[in-house]
Design a protein. Structure first.
Length: 353
């Protein structure tokens, strides 16, 4: 297959954290018409910089996915539809977008989403190389090869997995762990008949998209009630993540870490606390790292102003626990517990001398 810019190796000094300032949608206040915090991705990065975890030259710069990249999954017919502003307005749920000239829509709305999509594809390769990767954006799980919706215009999860299957030696099985509050019907439709992909999806059963057809692709369905709280939620996540990974050991986990499960989210209808979200991400990363399975995390939905802080806190927590680590990154998906023991032993030796 053709070489893609998205698979060029970034400097090994970089964290496998992918981002670009182009992720953020800012346009004459139009972004305020959606419950979405359209600058959330940049805010996550700013919090991580304030905490001195990262610096601009230490993260991987996302590149925009080209048409050629997108056609690995999308139909030409679908990509042509996005040349109609009213179609994009419907998909992004921002009605006034329908009245803008399409070149403006391409530059101000679709380019950020294409750049986040490029970021997810890049992070897939990074996760395999380094054991883990986080795309600070992406997670457009309502988009499939020929249909967008729910703010998702490109099928980045499907793309990342297809890219790995087609271009990376030794990746032939993938598990999607989708913990956004909504059902991930996009990747479910794309992988409906693909036995290489195992899907676990935990979502509020009463909200969008309620896609009964797509549910047939879910191997582990965790349907949640309105207002589900931390204790029940975390217990279910733990049980089913462990169950999924015991049932099938994949070559890559794509973790859709939506924060719209947060208490008070106008669209999610669940009641998980900020601490609950941090704990959830920890549960998933522990399960992946202890089994030495590379994990790619995308941030997906989450529609409140405090969301960015929670995502940043979660990434800091993963780092504090040694579940993500820059040194670890270069040595592949080694077992963090073992590495921590080695580090502790080394410290003890230094203290003795």
């Amino acid at each position: 297959p053709h070489r893609t810019e998205l698979y060029e190796d970034p400097p090994s000094a970089c964290w496998p954290i992918v981002y670009s300032p182009d992720y953020n949608i800012t346009f004459m206040g139009l972004e305020k018409l959606h419950p979405f915090d359209a600058g959330k991705w940049g805010k996550v990065i700013n919090f991580l910089k304030e905490e001195k975890l990262i610096a601009d030259d230490l993260i991987v710069q996302a590149r925009e996915a080209t048409d050629e990249d997108l056609l690995v999954v999308h139909t030409r017919r679908y990509l042509n539809k996005l040349k109609w502003s009213f179609v994009v307005a419907t998909i992004t749920e921002i009605p006034p977008v329908a009245f803008l000239p399409n070149f403006v829509v391409q530059r101000k709305v679709l380019k950020p989403l294409r750049t986040q999509t490029g970021g997810t594809i890049m992070a897939g390769k990074l996760a395999v190389d380094r054991g883990w990767a986080i795309n600070v954006g992406g997670g457009f799980h309502h988009c499939s090869s020929d249909k967008g919706g729910g703010f998702c215009a490109y099928a980045d999860i499907t793309l990342a997995i297809k890219f790995l299957f087609e271009r990376v030696q030794g990746v032939s099985k993938a598990t999607i762990i989708d913990l956004d509050a909504h059902q991930g019907n996009g990747h479910e439709r794309d992988f409906m008949d693909d036995h290489r992909v195992y899907i676990m999806d935990a979502y509020n059963r009463y909200i969008y998209p309620g896609d009964g057809f797509a549910k047939r692709a879910i191997k582990r369905k965790v349907e949640l009630e309105w207002g589900t709280e931390d204790t029940e939620y975390l217990q279910k996540v733990h049980t089913h993540v462990e169950g999924a990974l015991n049932e099938l050991k994949p070559d890559i986990i794509v973790y859709n870490a939506g924060t719209d499960i947060l208490d008070g989210d106008p669209l999610g209808g669940l009641a998980i606390s900020p601490q609950g979200i941090v704990k959830r991400d920890e549960v998933v990363f522990k399960a992946a790292r202890s089994r030495r399975i590379p994990i790619l995390m995308v941030t997906s939905g989450g529609y409140q102003k405090r969301t960015a802080r929670i995502i940043a806190d979660s990434i800091l927590n993963l780092h504090n626990l040694g579940l993500i680590d820059k040194e670890l990154a270069t040595s592949g998906a080694e077992n963090p517990k073992v590495e921590q023991m080695i580090r502790d032993a080394a410290k003890d030796l230094t203290n003795l001398s």
